[in-house]
Design a protein around this ligand. Structure first.
Ligand SMILES: Nc1ncnc2c1ncn2[C@@H]1O[C@H](COP(=O)(O)OP(=O)(O)OP(=O)(O)O)[C@@H](O)[C@H]1O
Length: 577
């Protein structure tokens, strides 16, 4: 659990104060049976009302003091635990933001949500408990044992036997509950994943009338979660009565042996009563200690899951070398013998021995059948993944030698699946460049052919988009996504099949505007597409098949030399060459 060291350091003063309060509160609790014994043995036994009142007042003062310490530690414990929880959630979220793509691929998003919420709450609860019962229970238990032994060494043999038996129950229950709790957390992951998938595909579910199967899927996950939760709680349900029984057997034995000692005149009634009070306190603290171990076991499982996030690979650092694209000698963008397979994928390279180059101001179209590695090429340029062999150079520099900040400022991406955020239209476009002026935003929107429909919206550029831009059509989302990439002023622009939802006329207009702007600004444009009509106007065309380069050149050259290109052309345009 050393990942929590820094949080402890941050809040150590409040933490220590809270623990101090708990210690004093436990001391007050421990004093009470001894004072009570005095009331019985020194006051009631001799009919001394003054002694009863004196010890009675002492007992009240001790109780009031204990209550004050309890109130202060409650406030401190809540403050510290909630702050630690918030810090931990913040760190986990920050880590998720900086995940390498390979790391992000490994953990399902449903599970990430469970880890960010349930698992961090588990830790928060544990930290809170640390400043409450987790310190108090062992101290009350140990203190009660010591005071009981001091009260009557002869009765304490029974006490040791009870403690040994209960300790055994605690160890067994801990072993059983660890596995069950880990299974329960995995079941929560599953429920979250099912709900998340349903919410993402709700229209598809309606369109295909798949409500019943979705309901079944949810019921299965939900039932599984309920079963596993019950199974993890059952452990405590079995062991808690066992512990009560063990301690109560001990109390009956104390009463029996106590009565024998009383008859022999070696113990007084008040002491037997105090001894039993200590036994009751021991029972209570042992039940709490079992609870503590249960929580400890759960927190250990949650810590493992949080650690998996905190320890997973990070994206490469933002603050590496910087460079200004176009100001240095070297080709704009260059792939040299690049081979890459997805980590955890089939092992078959998504890109194989790929080489090509494209200069500033040029437009390169990348075309090829589905699954041929076109999008992978975009991810590699942005260094979401590192190549297995070969190198990618931007402006003559290997992209592994520059910081992610500089690299990603140089490349703007309009992805295949447009993703917009809740907020206004202009906020969404300016997401590509927070410093963009309203004129720049409108210019980018015009080039992306989005200005027309934006002006028809009630608040124009200040119109609100719902979550996932639900109130826009697919083509409108794509145009905003292109505008966002254009406004970034990045010298390399990658349009990854992001005009597929546009009609041919609008697409041609977008292409023309992007080409004109890019030629003027000496921008390099990579146009990933499935449409031959989109590729034809590019300066050069790269043809991919199964991750390999099977053609590179102008439309004319490829029509003469590349079978795959000709096949794509024939399938889309027909025989007219
Ligand atoms: N995250 C991933 N993990 C494992 N394999 C992947 C991943 N993403 C893509 N692939 C595989 O890599 C290969 C190339 O995929 P890629 O998305 O680059 O193809 P594409 O040419 O862009 O396809 P499309 O035209 O359908 O978008 C495919 O075989 C695909 O299954």
């Amino acid at each position: 659990m050393n990942i929590y060291g820094k949080y402890f350091a941050r809040y150590r003063f409040l933490f220590i104060m809270a623990v101090l309060c708990v210690l004093l509160e436990a001391a007050c609790d421990l004093l009470q049976p001894t004072v009570m014994a005095r009331i019985i043995d020194d006051g009631i036994k001799y009919g001394s009302v003054g002694t009863v009142i004196r010890y009675g007042l002492l007992m009240l003062s001790v109780t009031a003091l204990g209550a004050c310490f309890a109130a202060v530690r409650n406030i401190l414990a809540s403050r510290v635990s909630q702050s630690v929880g918030a810090d931990l959630r913040g760190d986990v979220f920050e880590k998720i933001l900086r995940f390498s793509e390979a790391g992000a691929d490994k953990i399902e998003s449903g599970s990430l949500i469970t880890r960010m919420t349930n698992d961090t709450s588990q830790v928060t609860q544990f930290v809170n408990g640390l400043m409450r019962i987790y310190v108090k229970a062992p101290i009350t238990c140990a203190g009660s044992i010591v005071l009981a032994v001091l009260l009557s060494p002869s009765l304490s043999t029974v006490l040791w036997a009870v403690v040994a038996v209960v300790a055994l129950w605690i160890v067994i229950s801990m072993k059983l509950s660890y596995v069950r709790f880990a299974r329960m957390q995995a079941a929560i992951d599953k429920v979250n994943t099912v709900v998340q998938e349903y919410l993402m595909g709700v229209r598809l579910v309606k369109a295909f009338g798949r409500f019943e199967s979705e309901e079944e899927r949810f019921e299965e996950a939900n039932g599984n979660l309920a079963d596993r939760s019950v199974s993890s709680q059952l452990v405590f349900s079995y062991f808690s009565p066992l512990m009560s029984l063990s301690v109560n057997v001990g109390i009956v034995m104390i009463l029996y042996f106590g009565s024998l000692l009383f008859q022999a005149g070696s113990i007084e009634v008040g002491r037997i009563s105090a001894f039993i009070s200590y036994m009751a306190q021991i029972l209570l603290s042992l039940i709490m200690i079992t609870n503590i171990f249960n929580t400890l076991v759960r927190t250990k499982a949650s810590t493992g899951r949080i650690r998996e996030i905190l320890d997973s690979g990070e994206d490469f650092p933002a603050d590496g070398e910087t460079f200004v694209y176009g100001e240095e000698a070297g080709v704009g963008l260059e792939f040299e013998n690049v081979t890459f397979s997805y980590p955890g994928g089939s092992g078959i390279p998504a890109v194989k021995n790929l080489s090509f180059s494209v200069n500033p101001g040029e437009t390169l179209a990348v075309i090829g059948p589905t699954g041929s590695g076109k999008s992978t090429l975009a991810w590699l340029c942005l260094r979401f993944y590192d190549v297995d062999s070969g190198s990618i150079r931007i402006n003559g520099r290997d992209i592994r030698s520059v910081g992610s900040g500089a690299l990603r400022k140089s490349i703007a991406l309009a992805p295949q699946k447009s993703m917009l955020f809740s907020g206004t239209v202009s906020q969404n476009i300016a997401w590509g460049n927070p410093e963009a002026s309203p004129e720049e935003i409108s210019k980018a929107a015009k080039a992306a052919q989005a200005d027309g429909f934006i002006n028809e919206m009630p608040q124009k550029y200040e119109s609100l988009l719902g979550q996932g831009a639900i109130n826009l059509s697919g083509g409108q989302k794509q145009r905003l996504s292109i505008a966002r990439a254009l406004v970034s002023r990045a010298p390399v622009l990658i349009l990854d099949d992001c005009t597929s939802a546009l009609d041919a006329v609008t697409e041609a207009k977008v292409r023309r505007a992007v080409s004109e702007e890019s030629a003027r600004d000496k921008r390099t444009v990579i146009l990933i597409t499935q449409r031959i009509g989109t590729a034809v106007g590019a300066d050069r065309i790269l043809v991919l098949e199964n991750g390999e380069r099977v053609g590179f050149g102008s439309h004319r050259e490829l029509m003469d030399s590349c079978r795959v290109y000709r096949e794509i052309y024939d399938s889309q345009i027909g025989g007219d060459r």
